[in-house]
Design a protein around this ligand. Structure first.
Ligand SMILES: Cc1cc2nc3c(=O)[nH]c(=O)nc-3n(C[C@H](O)[C@H](O)[C@H](O)COP(=O)(O)OP(=O)(O)OC[C@H]3O[C@@H](n4cnc5c(N)ncnc54)[C@H](O)[C@@H]3O)c2cc1C
Length: 477
């Protein structure tokens, strides 16, 4: 009898450890054909408001992750077939040529991803093959929830208490040790370069918090470094709201977003650390944030496309919101005249990363102070973030805009108070806004309050070297 073949379609699960789709395929088939497709719509297309759908930091990170995955598969005697195009056509074609029986993949839950997997499923049916879906995104499995997913509490605390009380997190699945080599002759295909997607491969900005390198190996290395080698996890609670440096938070988000590391692996690594050194608010703090990640994914499952709509999951709207392109561009380019906002926006533009504190402030500023439709901000973050995760991004934006999972009306932050609290010396602002380098600490967050003489003393001129503030900062005093 002919050997049974299965294609494993890697998506945002670019790892060998804890990869349910891969293990399911190995359990069902005699031969495995691992495939990754760079979806041309995702890597070459534009977002709704005209930004590149996958900005260059994330594109580079994914390219590196695919290289890493191929290297790991080759070490096991296998191969990663790589293509650029539409997965529903390419994988169908490969399945047809390879005469496989199934395509295994970890299921996605949001509109664009679901459309692709549905289209592939339809195509496969036409040749008598089918998709088998596995699970691999979260700490908690839907099947383990103490409530039907459609009854997931919309308030995080309620969700957290229920899952923590009733559900044990499953252990990560093992990494496969060997593979049956593929006997079909399929061209491995070249992994594209950044330039193929229209991006220039510039050197990294030396101010970046971390030189993020894609791949399972690098992700596991960062986890080990943060938890065991440096033990920075011990201080997570006290440092997580900082803005500068590599270790104020775990920086695991890009690897988690592309599935280079599994959240369960992070969870059990922290649990092992706790067993050795004891539990603390810091160790729990990190796991608590991973729960937010799960929560937003369950929200997307429960509410479907409402997570992308202006009225959010609460289906309400703010009549003052506008789709103002000029204001959006000032915000994107770090030219709002509010140093704390501009420093954060320049960081994300030049590195693809921004701290959680920065994200909360820049989002609040766009929505509450500039009164720009939150969807425009979310759209830009979708483009630029190295760690873009559809559910975490849209969920957090809705949260800030007051249309998502929160009982409070608006999460409006006092930007000046936040700036003084989280950047008291102005070091972060000076790092990203060199034009304000000489402005002293007590004036750095409000350059628009400086007289012309003071501006001369500090070697900058408002309106020439740095823009006048787009909003009256007096409102925050
Ligand atoms: C407007 C806005 C947009 C955001 N967009 C994204 C996004 O696209 N992708 C993304 O991963 N995170 C997003 N976040 C959440 C958070 O800012 C980042 O996860 C975090 O800054 C990543 O850095 P870290 O890995 O060092 O986080 P740590 O503080 O070390 O946290 C550990 C992990 O927990 C998860 N996590 C932490 N905070 C959150 C949160 N608020 N919501 C969901 N998960 C969280 C992440 O996976 C993170 O890697 C967004 C937050 C805001 C306010």
């Amino acid at each position: 009898m002919r050997n049974k073949r299965a294609i494993v379609w890697f998506r945002q699960d670019l790892r060998l450890h804890d990869n349910e789709a891969l293990l399911d395929a190995i359990a069902s088939a005699d031969e495995i054909i691992p495939v990754y497709v760079f979806d041309e719509r995702v890597f070459k297309g534009k977002t709704r408001y005209g930004f590149p759908k996958t900005g260059k930091y994330r594109a580079r990170f994914i390219i590196e992750s695919v290289h890493d995955l191929r290297t790991s598969l080759r070490a096991l005697g296998s191969e990663l077939i790589v293509r650029v195009g539409k997965p529903e056509e390419i994988i169908y074609d490969l399945a047809n040529k390879a005469k496989s029986s199934w395509v295994f993949c970890n299921r996605e839950r949001t509109e664009e991803e679901v459309a692709v997997q549905d289209a592939l499923e339809q195509n496969l049916w036409s040749i008598g093959q089918e998709i088998r879906y596995s699970r691999g995104k979260m700490l908690y499995y839907t099947a383990d929830l103490p409530f039907p997913v459609t009854h997931t509490p919309d308030v995080f605390t309620q969700f957290r208490k229920e899952v923590e009380r009733f559900v044990a997190i499953r252990h990560p699945l093992p990494r496969p040790e060997t593979f049956e080599p593929v006997f079909v002759l399929l061209e491995p295909g070249e992994i594209p370069r950044l330039e193929d997607f229209g991006h220039e491969d510039d050197p990294a900005d030396s101010r970046a918090v971390l030189d993020f390198k894609g791949g399972e190996l690098e992700g596991l290395k960062r986890l080990k470094e943060y938890v065991w080698d440096t033990e920075h996890i011990r201080h997570y609670k006290d440092t997580r709201d900082n803005l500068m440096g590599t270790d104020y938070s775990s920086k695991l988000s890009p690897w988690l977003a592309q599935g280079c590391i599994s959240p369960k692996t992070v969870y059990y690594e922290v649990k092992t650390f706790e067993k050795t050194y004891g539990q603390s608010e810091s160790t729990y703090g990190l796991l608590f944030e991973l729960l937010w990640r799960d929560f937003f994914r369950f929200m997307a499952k429960k509410h479907g496309n409402k997570v992308f709509q202006e009225g959010g999951i609460q289906e309400k709207t703010d009549p003052d919101w506008k789709n103002d392109e000029d204001l959006l561009q000032s915000w994107v380019n770090g030219q709002t005249g509010i140093p704390f906002i501009d420093a954060n926006m320049r960081e994300i533009k030049q590195t693809g990363y921004m701290s959680n504190r920065g994200r909360l402030n820049t989002a609040s500023f766009l929505v509450n102070d500039l009164k720009v439709n939150w969807q425009m901000g979310a759209d830009y973050f979708e483009s630029v973030l190295i760690d873009y995760d559809v559910c975490s991004n849209y969920g957090n934006w809705q949260f800030v805009a007051g249309v998502g999972s929160d009982s409070r009306e608006h999460r409006e932050l006092n930007i000046l108070a936040q700036a003084k609290r989280y950047d008291p010396q102005g070091d972060f602002v000076r790092l990203w806004l060199p034009e304000l380098a000489e402005v002293p600490q007590d004036k750095i967050h409000q350059p628009d309050s400086l007289s012309e003489m003071e501006q001369r003393d500090f070697h900058f001129q408002l309106g020439r070297d740095y823009p006048a503030a787009l909003v009256d900062t007096g409102k925050w005093n």
